[in-house]
Design a protein around this ligand. Sequence first.
Ligand SMILES: *Cc1c(COP(=O)(O)O)cnc(C)c1O
Length: 225
Amino acid sequence: MGCMSDLGMIIKNAERLLKEIPEHVTLLAAVKSRTAAEVKAAYEGGIRFFGHNYVQEAQAMLEEVDFKAEWHMIGHLQRNKAKDAINLFDMIETLDSIKLAEELEKRCASADRIMDVLIEINSGAEDEKSGILPEELHSLAEATARMQHLHLCGLMTMGPLTDELESARPYFVKTRKLFDALKSSNLPGVDMQVLSMGMSGSYRVAIEEGSTLVRLGTAIFGPRY
Ligand SMILES: *Cc1c(COP(=O)(O)O)cnc(C)c1O
């Protein structure tokens, strides 16, 4: 397959997925390890939300793509990258500690901006190391709510790393319950609007369980090499 037909396939995949996914669900393209040309093809196919896992690679990517879109940080964020991250991203989906929240708050205060954040939940997959445990959610949410430059607007979870379709469902149900509970607690300054869950192998199940944002890589771009 030549380069042109690969890009053509990405455009078609994006168009098809945008049609398939319900209107209330945001389709975000997960672009790690993709080229600028591939990412531009996804944009051409209609995608307006992009996610990156790495700050430095995102910086290079943003210099190469000239379209206007919303960019989310979806990988683990180290505190020493917080300053660069707030210049690149519109949302940090992976808030996972009070220390990171404090660093982001400090950086956003000096840049005079407000950052949308999601708290990442480790929803229980045993080998999963990213995100906080459910029992830590309330205290992190309260601490984040007190920070003037952070706007907590939802939760994100990875779920188990598996291709088995149904096996992710309990993790999504659990995260949805945490989302609902935090929403009903009505913390001042928090508006729970975004529930980011579902990847290429699991997005249909995630949407059935209440996802409002799916992060797709393979389904748009094809397999990663
Ligand atoms: C890579 C990645 C995705 C997309 O994974 P696919 O299985 O390729 O759809 C989604 N979310 C995060 C955090 C990722 O790192």
